[in-house]
Design a protein around this ligand. Structure first.
Ligand code: NDP
Length: 445
């Protein structure tokens, strides 16, 4: 494989798909040596087949506002690869959604799902619909319209979507309701379902929990622990609040949390009733970060700034892609940060990752560090097909074990002859080999 040549061809074929090309480049750079040592990959054109999705569904989603206005959004499902299991990956509802962002997320999902050790293929989907400020009934009508196109393509053994940005328990409920009606079946076709209709305990907070478990493993490998460490987290969505809860439970102190408009610094720690307060605001679709500073004296709001300027031991970017750049990374390093674990997908730019790696900062790449969400979705699928409901403790323990296994796989494939570990390389190689070997076994399809 010649990475530059392949990237040139992809750039010509998929002009302007910046995020997708960025994600492919990162993986190709990591796996090139292993790929070239195994000529059977080249002769089966594994990489050329892997970088293109199996199929993409694009559709229009018409829906009516409460005051009778007809709107049209775009809907997508990108089914990337199902060599090791049914397509699996979230749905994102956000104005920034386009084919490039969904192809980047779907491509990443292949390797992430492979790392979980569960039989899950890779996919992603969503819409440029913005749920912010919409009423419940508008959300419901949108989700129903979205599902009238999607339902034919998905199924419990074919493709099992989940939530992502803008798609939480409420949206999954409306999507599932419509699927059930159209397919005339009640099966585990979506994950992130409500607890009394097939959902799994711990799923809402699983990505954040998993990210903190991964950070714990990173630190343990260096003889460190979370106890007493200060933590900055970006975002206050599904991933961020789970991370804040678990980090606190394991003895760390979360001193910053952020939104698109700025961050809160609270030296006394963001935990307990403070997290409950933010969750309440989140449930009502209100702004979260600034009101925190009105409610709690210890919290100060820094408008238009990012939490990476603070002195912290651990940074957990949990909001959105490319939110932590080179300058942010340099500030974190300058201030003595020792560990960065990605809760969001691709939150650190390639230049930021270079800064971390050149300064020996423990760096947990998203496809390993945030795999806990999809892993717990996999556990939800298992419970659905077994018609069982595991206890909170059982799910949490399985999640913990999966994150620790993912960490070990990264170490196995990412350690060099001097004992240094490149977790990004390790995650890419471990995730790739399983999928590539399955593709070889299954012939050219
Ligand atoms: P949510 O929509 O629940 O939360 C995203 C949060 O980030 C919101 O609080 C949002 O604020 C905030 N935000 C958006 N842009 C910025 C910014 N530039 N700076 C700071 N905060 C910002 O999404 P999730 O928590 O589900 O997902 C977050 C990330 O994690 C995404 O990259 C997603 O793909 C990834 N991920 C999610 C998984 C899951 O299980 N949910 C699984 C694996 C990865 P506001 O609402 O005001 O816009």
């Amino acid at each position: 494989m010649n990475v530059d040549k392949l990237m040139n061809e992809l750039e010509k074929k998929h002009q302007g798909e910046v995020e997708y090309l960025q994600a492919v480049r990162e993986v190709l750079d990591s796996i090139a040596d292993v790929y070239n040592e195994n000529p059977q990959f080249e002769s089966a054109a594994i990489i050329e087949r892997l970088v293109e999705p199996d199929r993409i569904l694009t559709f229009k989603v018409p829906w009516i506002t409460d005051n009778g206005q007809v709107n049209v959004n775009l809907g997508y499902r990108v089914q990337f690869n199902n060599a090791i299991g049914p397509y699996k990956g979230g749905l994102r509802f956000h104005p920034s959604v386009n084919l490039s962002s969904l192809k980047f997320l779907g491509f990443e999902q292949i390797f992430k799902n492979s790392l979980t050790t569960l039989p899950l293929g890779g996919a992603k989907g969503g819409s440029d619909f913005n749920p912010k400020g919409k009423s419940d009934s508008e959300i419901m009508r949108f989700c129903q319209s979205f599902m009238t196109e999607l339902w034919n393509l998905i199924g419990p053994e074919t493709d099992v979507p989940a939530g992502d940005i803008g798609v939480g328990a409420r949206e999954i409920g409306y999507l599932y309701g419509m699927y059930k009606k159209l397919a005339k079946e009640n099966t585990g076709v979506l994950t992130g379902k409500g607890l009394n209709w097939g959902g799994s305990l711990v799923r809402p907070e699983a990505t954040g929990f998993g990210n903190v478990y991964f950070a714990k493993e990173l630190l343990a490998n260096k003889g460190e622990s979370l106890e007493g460490k200060t933590v900055a987290i970006s975002g206050f969505g599904n991933v961020a609040w789970g991370a804040a809860l678990k980090a606190t439970e394991l003895g760390a102190k979360v001193i910053a949390i952020s939104g698109p408009d700025g961050y809160i610094y609270d030296p006394e720690g963001i935990k307990g009733e403070k997290i409950d307060f933010m969750l309440e605001l989140r449930a009502t679709n209100e702004d979260i970060v600034q009101p925190f500073s009105y409610e709690f004296d210890s919290g100060q709001f820094y408008e238009g700034r990012k939490p990476w300027e603070l002195k912290v031991d651990i940074a957990l970017p949990c909001a959105i892609q490319n939110e932590l750049n080179k300058e942010d990374a340099e500030k974190l390093v300058e201030n003595g940060c020792m560990c960065v674990s990605e809760g969001a997908n691709m939150p650190c730019t390639p230049e930021a990752i270079d800064v971390f790696q050149n300064n020996n900062i423990l760096f947990g790449p998203a496809k390993a560090a945030n795999a806990g969400g999809v892993a717990t979705s996999g556990l939800e699928m298992t419970q659905n097909s077994m018609k069982l409901h595991w206890s909170r403790n059982e799910v949490d323990q399985r999640l913990h074990k999966i994150m620790s296994d993912i960490h070990n796989a990264c170490v196995e494939y990412g350690k060099d002859e001097n004992g240094n570990i490149d977790y990004m390389k390790g995650a890419n190689i471990a995730g790739f080999l399983k999928v590539a070997n399955a593709m070889l076994d299954q012939g050219v399809i």
